[in-house]
Design a protein. Structure first.
Length: 172
């Protein structure tokens, strides 16, 4: 025996002997080492022959999946130098996201200028937060006289003919 024969395990030697993969000289050497090998090989041949005759191969289900799995495993790996696949355009690219943000900011500022600030647009002067317009002035009593006084944008409804309140009167 040389150093290259020691690397083969006994199981591999038996398998090679049963399968007939040993040369005539190697098979003779193996049979001389193992006297029971010829009887074992004859029993192995009878068992495999009986199994082939009496036991048909099972039908494989999902053959397409099995074949695709095998082909995927044995397919050559793509090289690093191969061109990278084109990127798919996403629904929200960076430019679309920036445009949507700017448009949302514009809409929010228009809503604020119209409803919160109280104007009808950007060019109009903002009104006071408590704006009221006097439509008509009537006191409801013939002995009272009501007038509207307007001074520096401040409107006041003045009612003449009311009795004065005492100084110690406390409003509730």
């Amino acid at each position: 025996m040389n150093n290259s024969d020691s690397a083969i395990s006994p199981e591999e030697q038996w398998a090679a002997y049963f399968d007939g993969n040993l040369s005539a000289g190697e098979a003779a050497a193996f049979e001389s080492e193992h006297p029971e090998a010829a009887a074992e090989r004859a029993a192995y041949a009878r068992i495999t022959g009986a199994m082939r005759r009496h036991s048909p191969a099972p039908q494989m289900r999902n053959t397409d999946f099995f074949n695709e799995s095998i082909l995927r495993e044995i397919a050559p790996k793509p090289s690093a130098a191969a061109a990278a696949p084109a990127k798919e355009r996403g629904l929200w690219s960076l430019w679309r996201l920036a445009f949507a943000g700017a448009f949302s900011l514009l809409v929010a500022s228009a809503i604020w200028a119209t409803f919160v600030r109280g104007g009808s647009g950007f060019g109009e002067k903002p009104r006071a937060p408590y704006f009221a317009q006097v439509e008509s002035v009537t006191a409801g009593d013939a002995s009272l006289d009501a007038t509207v006084l307007d001074a520096d944008g401040l409107k006041l409804v003045w009612i003449d003919g009311l009795d004065r309140l005492p100084n110690d009167y406390v409003l509730e």
